[in-house]
Design a protein around this ligand. Structure first.
Ligand SMILES: [Zn+2]
Length: 159
């Protein structure tokens, strides 16, 4: 197993990113990732229909605030998959060596406050906002649990 860095004693090592995972997280800010696609396809299999940010833009000719990863239009639910590094996950992101550099720390803090503003604004517009951490999609059991949790919340919303 790759050496984990940045784990705090009280946390499980598997929740922390390996250097390779962290590098990848830094490269792809909000790109479509494998785990995100896996979640999307599980939800599709469950019968939920959605648009991606790009699909939404193509259909409506405009972007939805914050460009949610999945948009369940009829249910008026949006889902964001937040990358742990970029969105300041308290479980595996915020560690001194990750954000030791003031530039990164500032960038992540900006992202976190923007995420909050976007969530509030979307809710005000009548959207239900679901945010999922990337670390909850990384391992298959976590991915399935997360998909289950999301589909329960979606079922509660009538079309
Ligand atoms: Zn995380």
């Amino acid at each position: 197993m790759a050496r984990m860095i940045g784990c705090q004693p009280m946390r499980s090592p598997r929740d922390c990113m390996t250097p390779a995972q962290r590098k990848k997280a830094m490269r792809s800010n909000r790109g479509r990732t494998g785990p995100e696609r896996a979640l999307a396809s599980l939800l599709w299999q469950e019968g939920f229909r959605y648009l991606t940010a790009e699909g939404y833009r193509r259909r409506y000719g405009r972007r939805l605030l914050g460009q949610p990863d999945l948009i369940f239009g009829r249910k008026r639910v949006v889902l964001f998959v937040d990358g742990c590094f970029w969105h300041g996950c308290p479980k595996c992101g915020k560690m001194p060596e990750d954000y030791g550099n003031a530039f990164w720390r500032q960038k992540v803090e900006t992202n976190v406050s923007r995420d909050e503003r976007i969530t509030v604004a979307l809710r005000r517009d009548g959207w239900k906002v679901i945010r999922v951490w990337e670390h909850d999609l990384r391992r298959k059991p976590d991915l399935e649990r997360t998909a289950h949790r999301v589909s329960r919340r979606l079922r509660r919303k009538a079309d």
